[in-house]
Ligand binder design. Structure first.
Ligand code: FEO
Length: 398
């Protein structure tokens, strides 16, 4: 699929609606796009290439755009194989093509593809002029690999950002944000961030510092739509995510074996809702993929987690969730917990330890239920907890 998105700058990408799990981990029920960009200048330039599986269609479309010319440069912002699997075939087709990257890119080019010749190592001091256009480079390590960088075309103010600012979801015809319904891409950009980028929040902030006040008219990521009208919104979203700034709202997650913990979750959600809070998302950790749960957790300022006690631990998916939260160092949340047990009330200690480890503000009381026993104090405890939660939602500045 190709389309001119700016003067002589072409989108050249492929939609994938057949892969179930991106990186063999993350569900992509709405598919994903793999984006590369062709610049039709005096020297011809490709920014990113393509996964191996798509090569035959990709090369046919690239040849169409080249109109019989050679490909002079391939700039690699990110060498993960979803963007580079076709490099050996591309090199065979265009043996004189120079592969442009920073030192780490070229190290990885050798280890992945054993390519060491006709490369051009750049650093941030260098620019690459191809005729009308001039490219400069911002090296942005760990967004989300060691070699990742942004390429910036100076005249058109176009930022080719690699995976940063990308989103899940195949493209539905429209390529630029104003050509498509962006509602789903907004939430899928957040899910992409939390799954792929969020471990490197500090490096996102370093990248923002690096690009400073460079004017950006268009962001061309490797997945999802090209951002043009929403450049400001997309930068702001990444800035918020990476500084752990949350919107007002509540994520409730539970692991429940026989339904009692699930009932507690619904009771808590109902009571919060009755105070006028609409931004509440409830997840059963046994049925919702962790990526959707994490995406809600970075979105909203209050997190409530409940679990049945299972072998004196939390339910396995809840254990996995709190490990994922710790791994990503998600900060600045108000936290409450609830649990159900039959013979050992082991969850409370576990939740308290987690809150202390991650540095979240624990809201009391913890709601505890033994099997299906009635407890005349429970309702007032839930009321008390929910009033604190509503207060925290309403006092959140965003
Ligand atoms: Fe889309 Fe990190 O590769």
């Amino acid at each position: 699929m190709y389309k001119e998105i700016k003067d002589k700058i072409w989108y050249l990408g492929m939609n994938d609606r057949t892969t179930s799990l991106f990186e063999a981990i993350w569900p992509i029920p709405k598919g994903i796009s793999y984006n590369s960009y062709f610049i039709d200048d005096e020297k011809t330039v490709l920014i990113e290439s393509m996964g191996e599986a798509y090569y035959s269609h990709y090369i046919a479309e690239l040849k169409h755009l080249l109109k019989g010319r050679q490909l002079d440069y391939l700039i690699i912002n990110h060498i993960e194989p979803d963007h580079s699997g076709a490099i050996k075939d591309l090199r065979r087709e265009y043996p004189e093509m120079k592969i442009v990257g920073n030192k780490k890119t070229l190290d990885l080019l050798k280890s992945f593809y054993n390519i060491t010749e006709k490369t051009l190592m750049i650093d941030e001091e260098q620019t690459l002029n191809t005729g009308k256009y001039t490219f400069r480079f911002f090296i942005t390590p760990m967004l989300h690999w060691p070699e990742t960088m942004f390429t910036y075309e100076v005249n058109t103010k176009t930022l080719f950002s690699g995976d940063a600012f990308g989103s899940y979801g195949a493209l539905n015809g429209g390529i630029i944000d104003y050509e498509t319904d962006v509602a789903e891409y907004r939430s899928e950009m957040r899910r992409y961030y939390v799954t792929i980028i969020s471990k490197y929040a500090a490096q996102v902030q370093s990248a923002f510092k690096k690009i400073g006040d460079t004017e950006v008219d268009m962001i061309c990521p490797t997945h999802g739509p090209v951002w043009k009208e929403l450049v400001g919104e997309v930068f702001e979203a990444y800035d918020k995510y990476s500084r752990n700034i949350s919107d007002s709202g509540v994520t409730i997650v539970y692991g429940s074996m026989y339904g009692h913990t699930a009932q507690l979750a619904d009771t808590i959600a109902l009571k919060i809702s009755q105070s006028g809070v609409k931004e509440i998302r409830v997840f059963d950790s046994s049925h919702s993929d962790i990526s959707y749960i994490l995406s809600s957790i970075i979105h909203y300022n209050v997190v409530i987690i409940g679990s049945s006690v299972y072998n004196a631990m939390l339910m396995p998916n809840i254990e996995k969730l709190i490990d994922a939260i710790k791994d990503r160092k998600i900060q600045h949340k108000d936290f409450a917990s609830f649990s159900n047990y039959s013979w050992a009330p082991a969850a409370t200690k576990r939740f308290d330890y987690f809150a202390e480890e991650i540095g979240w503000q624990k809201l009391d009381p913890t709601i505890i239920q033994k099997s299906n026993e009635a407890d005349e104090n429970r309702e007032s405890e839930i009321d008390k907890l929910c009033s604190y939660i509503v207060e925290r939602v309403n006092s959140n500045p965003l």
